[in-house]
Write a protein of this length. Structure first.
Length: 294
């Protein structure tokens, strides 16, 4: 059969149906209260066959006062109930760092109101009722669960990045050590060549010239290699400093995320405080009802 829809996914539409069921129940209680006001008037005042105008006006004024008080109380309670409902939705959104917006003008859109009325009519008529679905309907997830899951994922990601940076740092340190060893070997080779050059000064001029040429070539090659090694060492040192900075930054982010996660876990005490407040309020309401009954 054709059924009016609200344009929501199945989960959210079920939540809307649950709230509409609650609103229908409260509306029924309000109407019963109004009906009882009229019935009380009939039972207590309408005991004669004729009444004067003043008596009728007095009865109507009294009835108006009682009905006005009951309807006003119910409207105020409905407003507070809607605010609590919005508070639940906003609290869940804030756990995911979302900012929800409302359009109050849509609350008076006749077309949308008629659509909701049609949806209620199709959902709560006896032929379309589905009571079995309500019995298996899951409860809302805890408000702080989404935020904790997000923080856990962030902590895991930061830990993984931290390990990668540590591995990279170790590799760079190994490369820097190898470059320093190479530089030391080249310097030793140069000193050996210089010693050889000094020992062979007594040889023939041709041998000296030949040896000097070899030494010059080796010296030129050494200086070129030394310059390349120095530049590579400078690059490795800069890369090492940058990597250490990145490691410190990630460790700070990891520490901040862990503190935020610990803070989220500590906020669960708010539920117990709210439950104690609600229990006290319920006791006060019961006491007021007993006093009103007396």
């Amino acid at each position: 059969h054709l059924q009016a829809e609200l344009g929501l996914n199945e989960h959210h539409q079920n939540e809307a149906i649950s709230y509409m069921r609650f609103a229908r129940f409260k509306r029924g209680l309000c109407l019963k209260t109004v009906d009882s006001c009229f019935q009380d008037l009939k039972d207590s005042r309408l005991v004669e066959e004729t009444f004067t105008i003043d008596e009728v006006i007095d009865m109507l004024d009294g009835l108006q006062s009682v009905v006005h008080s009951e309807v006003e109380s119910e409207l105020i309670n409905t407003t507070y109930t809607n605010v609590l409902l919005l508070r639940q939705l906003f609290s869940q959104a804030e756990k995911w760092y979302l900012k929800l917006q409302t359009d109050v003008s849509d609350l008076e859109n006749r077309e949308l109101l008629e659509q909701v009325a049609e949806f209620e009519k199709s959902e709560f008529t006896s032929s379309n009722k589905k009571p079995a679905a309500d019995s298996v309907k899951p409860k809302l997830a805890p408000l702080n669960e989404g935020g904790s899951e997000l923080l856990n994922k962030t902590v895991a990601r930061l830990q993984e990045e931290n390990e990668k940076l540590k591995t990279r740092l170790k590799t760079i340190e190994t490369q820097a050590t190898a470059a320093l060893d190479e530089k030391t070997k080249l310097e030793k080779s140069l000193r050996d060549l210089q010693m050889i050059q000094g020992d062979q000064k007594t040889n023939a001029n041709q041998d000296i010239t030949e040896l000097e040429n070899k030494v010059a070539a080796l010296k030129s090659q050494f200086e070129k290699t030394l310059n390349d090694t120095t530049a590579n060492q400078k690059f490795l040192e800069e890369d090492l400093v940058t990597t250490k900075h990145d490691l410190l930054r990630v460790q700070d982010q990891l520490s901040a995320a862990e503190k935020e996660l610990e803070k989220k876990f500590q906020q669960t005490a708010a539920y117990r405080n709210m439950k104690e407040i609600l229990t006290k309020k319920n006791e006060q309401i019961k006491d007021l009802r007993r006093r009103l009954s007396k």
